[in-house]
Design a protein around this ligand. Sequence first.
Ligand SMILES: Nc1nc2c(c(=O)[nH]1)N[C@H]1C(S)=C(S)[C@@H](COP(=O)(O)OP(=O)(O)OC[C@H]3O[C@@H](n4cnc5c(N)ncnc54)[C@H](O)[C@@H]3O)O[C@H]1N2
Ligand code: MOO
Length: 637
Amino acid sequence: MVKKYLNKISLTDALKKLKDRFKDFRTESEKIKTVDAEGRVTVNAVMAKRSAPDFYAAAMDGIAVEAQKTAGASERAPIQLEIGSEAQAVDTGDPIPEQFNAVIKIEEVNQTDENHYTIEKAVPPWNHIRSIGESTVKGNLLVTASHKLSDYDLAALLEAGVTEIEVYQKPLITIIPTGDELVNASENPKIGELVEFNSQMVKAALKKWGAEIRVTEIIADQKELIEKAVVESVKASDMVIVLSGSSAGRGDYTIDILKKQGKILFHGVNIMPGKPLIAAEVKGIPVFGLPGYPLSAWLDNHLFIRELVYLMQAESAPNFKQIEAEVKRKVSSEIGLEEFLRVNLINQAENKFTAVPLKRGSSAMESILKADGIMRISENKEGLHPGDRAPVILLKEKNRIKNDLLLIGSHDLSLDLIRNEIRKRNYNFDLKLQTVGSMAGLTALRRGESHLAGAHLLDPENGEYNVSYLRKFFKGQKLLVVNLVYREQGLYLKKGNPKNIANIDDLTQNNINYINRQRGAGTRVLFDFLLSQNEIETNQISGYEKEEYTHIAAAAAVGRGSADAALGIRAAAEVMDVDFLPLAEEKYDLIIKAENIDDPRINKLIKLISENKIKSKIENLGGYNCQETGNIKKLQL
Ligand SMILES: Nc1nc2c(c(=O)[nH]1)N[C@H]1C(S)=C(S)[C@@H](COP(=O)(O)OP(=O)(O)OC[C@H]3O[C@@H](n4cnc5c(N)ncnc54)[C@H](O)[C@@H]3O)O[C@H]1N2
Ligand code: MOO
């Protein structure tokens, strides 16, 4: 029988349960100085203690006069006023002497002699005078109860004589990281150990939402220890979050502890990632068990805990900034689970966006670093088809996303360098990179999912790069092919080359394990070409079926010993500190649709890579030749 440990409910039901149970939850109140109260929530209505201004004040720099004495003044019949008895200089904010009732701006006044001003225009009574209580009137309501104080609220309160104010205490949330495998981020993890970082990610977000945070030390996977930490934390907090142990593993005690100590509101939500979330009530406060995978924890924190943190401060959480975007490929999704998929966005036309999915997986942190948003695929859909639209929660400003360029294609380290340079120079766009391999890059460009592709595909027939593939992919279209680099390809070998690999033939020896690149990667095409040149069959290569997705990952596999050799670019060998045996030089091009030739961002990019300074920076990475970098070839296919 299948063991069922979750009793999943929908996102809507889960949120409703939480809100219904905790909507009246308030923290204790405290009195604090108004000057420290920005962002805090008032307990009571606050009235003005005094009027402001509480005297008649000049609203302009000029002279105070009696309005009646200015009657009839004009250019042709100016009126002279005696300084002292009939007029007196005042500056903005000055009290108006009792005998006067109007102010004339200095620009409209001439001083005829030491004792007289001349005016050429009459003014009505109260001209440019701020009346008593113009800004605020004693006894008036300034802010209501349950109001979050903003910068101008503080100003109005201080002006009205309110220097102290009663507010709710910030919710105090205790985070308890658990797990035998976890070590503090300042330590160097040994094999089997992982760095604990979820607590800091969750803490940073909670702080932003107005809470005060305490993080306990890492608690080992022992029921008694976790239980003790939970019981102690519940006594001293407004909310407790236990990190990980939310699923069904041997060390997952959170659910048993919370069942024993309180009441479970739900365990399991129909969402992915973030499915095994636990929400409970213990001694009147909310206690959560967040999943251990970082992206699951991140999403649950944003979808559920955020709502409650705002609610505890008598506010509703602001709506997510969301847009609709179209997909141009099939995107699978499990029916019965609402999926939250990290995506890049590209702007097609005014307010029309295309979403391009990034790598899935709840532990792939880099995919959220690269993402522009999170696409929601509803639980009653089995996925999306090309042309379908779905909502996307934005992680960045829409206007910034609109400006960005998206490059999808093969991985090259010079692209990171160029991207960084673009940011440093504060160009008004970012060059976003999705590294998926040359072939997948061309497919994405053809579908209209990217602005540029990056490819290094060798045609084994004629030794030429990219052109024959472009002919197949883009029949009848016009393209620009811009050379990025020529780069050395060779074998990554363990430091010191312990297995004495000297050429490609040596890879067929029994004791050698190779690791390949994914299908469609230019490096794999090159490897196949080198094998056929040397009359080697793929089944002679042990490990030919094993795949890595980037040069860095391939070099890392050799570095840590899970393979003896892999093909890739020299620069990655230097980064991962492995030996490198050069085998070939290949050409890496950027491919752009000709209709984008006048796009100012594309022009800036091409200009940038054509700079000698940038070329030498790229060459310094090692294994690069920038002789043709920036050269443009126009193709009519
Ligand atoms: N048999 C099943 N196993 C799992 C299921 C399932 O349905 N059946 N669900 C999977 C899903 S989905 C998720 S999400 C995870 C949730 O796991 P736990 O909450 O029990 O967390 P752990 O197993 O302890 O950890 C998972 C992973 O995350 C790392 N981790 C944990 N805490 C932290 C932290 N504070 N900072 C950084 N990283 C952390 C931990 O080392 C693990 O690698 O369960 C699946 N399993
Ligand atoms: O649902 Mo888990 O939360 O995929 O990562």
